[in-house]
Design a protein around this ligand. Structure first.
Ligand SMILES: *Cc1c(COP(=O)(O)O)cnc(C)c1O
Length: 370
């Protein structure tokens, strides 16, 4: 059986480093904030090429607190792609604003300047661009379009730690970049964690306050804003620093696996997502498109290849979000019944990748010969 995702080899690589640091922490008793959080924030900011990184409890809070720190809330609209994990739209509602859903490009399944324009309303203050599956969309075009429209760009980079567009790191292009370190992401904690990166000092200061009960910097019981408790956990910061030292190697390995998928999958029956010349994906997921997807998925399952669907229903067609959108978004709707995510994790062996390819090719050909 080839699992869809196997975290155990990554865990094993960092286990000794993490245990040593956790031992020190247990002895010190400093479980909130402290050196491990500050170190990771410094390292993460440097990695992303931004002056500031602010740790949060998870990626959803990173997005929702960023919107609040930018003063976006009641009466405001925020454009999000409909083809995303629900948290992108959820964060907009949590901030008190309304999500407006944009369609995506048929080759990358990412938002474009055109689909952004089609979704924008007079009340739109910002767009959350999502680097889905590990790839940044055309940020040159999106940044230009947003500037023309007079709206802010926020990056949901939860699936794109280390990705670039024209050499700029994910998170460093918009006003703010929001990350999740959920265990299954390219850089994942041993639990929930997240962060925001930005070059805007004022925004960074507001986020530091909002994630910590609205505290005025340096004080304990002086509250300058209504915040929340969304601090990056100290135990998780230790894990993230240890894993960050390996992230580039792991991303290279994912790239190698993707290249093998591209080489060996039957290009006539299997459509792979396009990678733009200026983009360097970190291949969070290996998404293919096939007609007859449900049958292919069942067949693969029987032959020991676990797969996933990201995501089965575009956000604007899910019950809680349907009332925010009254127009069809045909590209995302058509893709939803064709997408299939193949196994992807850095320690997948060549044999495993080759086995997946042969099974996918067989499964799709069986469908066409009937
Ligand atoms: C994982 C993810 C999030 C949410 O992160 P959590 O840490 O689970 O709150 C947001 N957006 C995208 C695109 C994600 O993949």
């Amino acid at each position: 059986m080839i699992p869809f995702l196997d975290l155990s080899s990554m865990t094993l690589e960092v286990r000794d480093d993490v245990m040593a640091k956790w031992q020190e922490l247990l002895e010190s008793g400093r479980f909130i904030g402290g050196e491990p959080v500050e170190s990771f924030e410094r390292e993460w900011a440097a990695f992303c090429g931004t002056p500031y990184a602010i740790g949060t409890a998870n990626g959803t809070d990173a997005l929702h607190l960023t919107l609040r720190a930018m003063g976006i809330g009641g009466g405001d609209d925020v454009v999000v792609p409909t083809n995303t994990f629900v948290a992108t739209a959820e964060a907009v509602v949590l901030a008190g604003a309304k999500p407006r859903f944009a369609d995506v490009d048929p080759d990358t399944l990412l938002m474009t300047g055109q689909t952004l324009k089609a979704a924008v309303t007079p009340a739109t203050r910002a767009v959350i661009v999502v680097h889905l599956f590990g790839q940044m969309p055309d940020m040159t075009e999106l940044t230009r379009t947003a500037a023309e429209l007079g709206i802010e760009v926020i990056e949901d980079a939860a699936q794109a730690q280390g990705a670039t567009w024209a050499s700029a790191r994910a998170g460093s292009v918009g006003r703010a970049g929001c990350f999740s370190f959920y265990p299954g992401k390219n850089l994942g904690a041993f639990g929930d964690a997240g962060a925001v990166v930005t070059s805007d000092e004022g925004l960074a200061e507001r986020l530091i306050s909002l994630r910590d009960h609205g505290r005025v910097l340096g004080s304990h019981y002086t509250h300058g804003a209504i915040g929340t408790n969304s601090r990056l956990d100290t135990l998780q910061a230790v894990v993230l620093s240890a894993k960050l030292r390996r992230l580039e190697a792991w991303n290279i390995s994912r790239r190698h696996i993707t290249a093998t998928y591209r080489r060996l999958l039957d290009g006539e029956h299997v459509r792979l997502l396009h990678e733009a010349d200026e983009a360097r994906s970190v291949n969070h997921l290996a998404v293919i498109r096939v007609t007859d997807r449900d049958r292919v998925q069942v067949t693969l399952g029987r032959r020991g290849v676990a797969t996933g669907i990201h995501y089965p229903t575009p956000c604007h067609l899910t019950e809680p979000y349907a009332h925010y959108c009254r127009t069809p978004l045909p590209v995302a709707e058509a893709a939803a019944s064709e997408i299939l995510s193949l196994p992807m994790y850095p320690h997948m062996t060549d044999d495993q990748v080759e086995y997946v390819c042969s099974q996918v090719n067989e499964a799709v050909r069986e469908g066409t010969s009937r």
